[in-house]
Design a protein around this ligand. Structure first.
Ligand code: NIG
Ligand code: FE
Length: 412
């Protein structure tokens, strides 16, 4: 199928050569073609330019985008969207005064979702999860990371990986699976955490490597979960089995996980609500992407990641939804882009860079996704008519998306 889009009011994130990351002051710049056209064949971007330079192209389908913005689909580099059931009763408990940590301490939280997942069939988990994915695709997400982490046993973690694999095969979105067995200490190992870590490192990681579904490893490095010694052990076992780290650090406590992540060449360090100068120093000169998750801060009422500090230090930044049942039950990246502007004080240009090219980088796919470049994948948002792309974050919690092109397929 070939598709031609004409009369695009603003075509965003256009790069004639392959850009794979945007950092520091460069994040303030968004490359925009005014009054543009775009031509794709199958799943690939073939040509684009200004309408004044346009020579008729014979396409199977033409879309007139008069008054509309076209931009690369959102690249959501941190989600837990495969889960069973919901945690609405804990949500009400939190409204009534309990904290996320207090709920976890009484055996709720992640352990609650793990129980639910263990009692749900693979088929049912698949159905619930693909419905969530389809919903966020309609809201403009074209590439998404999905973590395990509600299995919390060798068997159930592998079950989650298999569900993610099936989803990857069945969807038009690009899926990056991540193994997050070290998400919480299972009830059974409450007093013997080392035993669970041993199962992860000696049994699960090699088995997961053999399945060849995921090559990223995550750890929830927090007080009451996994400390920095655990983090070291798990990342080392991961490295020996071809897993690169993408880790949860500094959400409630700063245990020093950022520097350890960088030391192990993490692709990303995510959350960072608590950030020290030492963390910033560790990130400088590394190839690790810091990732902010403003939806989680919004929902839990915890501090927002000091994103300005990161960008103003010359670092890159990605933003992601953290879509999960406990701390961010929404995968709406349009809201995340709006929240990044309102709460992290990113400019619209910085927020769009953070949610496209840098999000793609945080999944290891920015050579193929996240910008409009010849040869890259045809994943686009075509917005409703608007005057300027700034309206995307400005009209926060609105849906700016009118049509989607995903893997070269037009969804109306
Ligand atoms: O990124 N905090 C760890 N993981 C998730 C929450 C998962 C859950 O509560 O189910 C997060 O916030
Ligand atoms: Fe998370």
């Amino acid at each position: 199928m070939s598709i031609l889009i004409t009369n695009i009011k603003q075509l965003l994130q256009v790069h004639d050569h392959n850009v794979t990351i945007v950092k520091g002051t460069d994040m303030k710049h968004l490359s925009v073609l005014e009054n543009a056209y775009l031509y794709i064949e199958h799943d690939t971007i073939i040509e684009y330019g200004k309408m004044e330079d346009y020579h008729p192209i014979d396409a199977e389908k033409t879309v007139d985008a008069t008054g509309k913005i076209v931009l690369p689909s959102w690249c959501d580099s941190h989600t837990h969207l495969v889960y069973a059931g919901d945690r609405t009763s804990e949500y009400v408990d939190r409204i009534n005064g309990l904290s996320y940590e207090e709920i976890a301490a009484r055996g709720g939280g992640i352990l609650n979702s793990a129980k639910e997942l263990q009692n749900t069939s693979e088929e049912d988990i698949y159905d619930q999860s693909i419905a969530r994915l389809d919903e966020i695709i309609r809201m403009g997400t074209g590439a998404v990371e999905i973590k395990t982490g509600y299995g919390l046993s060798v068997e159930a973690e592998l079950k989650m990986l298999k569900v993610i694999k099936r989803i990857k095969q069945d969807t038009l979105a690009y899926i990056t699976p991540t193994l997050l067995a070290a998400h919480a200490i299972p009830q059974k190992y409450r007093k013997n955490k080392e035993k669970y870590i041993e199962q992860i490192t000696q049994e699960l990681i090699p088995k997961a490597n053999a399945l060849n579904i995921s090559h990223f490893i995550d750890v929830f490095c927090e007080e009451g979960y996994f400390d920095i010694d655990d983090l070291e052990i798990i990342l080392k076992a991961g490295k020996a089995n071809n897993f690169r780290p993408k880790i949860h650090v500094n959400q409630f406590n700063n245990l020093g996980g950022v520097a350890i992540g960088v030391k192990h060449n993490a692709l990303s360090v995510d959350h960072l609500e608590l950030l020290s100068d030492k963390d910033i120093k560790a990130l400088k000169g590394s190839s690790t992407m810091p990732v902010a998750l403003p939806g989680c801060s919004f929902f839990l009422g915890i501090p927002y990641t000091p994103a300005r500090k990161l960008i103003d230090a010359g670092l890159p930044l990605a933003i992601a939804s953290d879509y999960n049942p406990g701390s961010a039950p929404s995968g709406n990246m349009n809201f995340i882009v709006g929240a990044a502007c309102a709460k992290l004080k990113l400019t619209p240009e910085e927020a769009i860079n953070a949610a496209t090219i840098n999000g793609a980088y945080a999944m290891g796919i920015s050579n193929m996704y996240g910008s409009v470049t010849r040869g890259k994948k045809a994943n686009f948002i075509i917005t409703k008519p608007m005057n300027h792309y700034r309206e995307i974050p400005y009209s926060f919690a609105h849906n700016p998306v009118e049509q989607i092109i995903i893997n070269g397929t037009l969804l109306e």
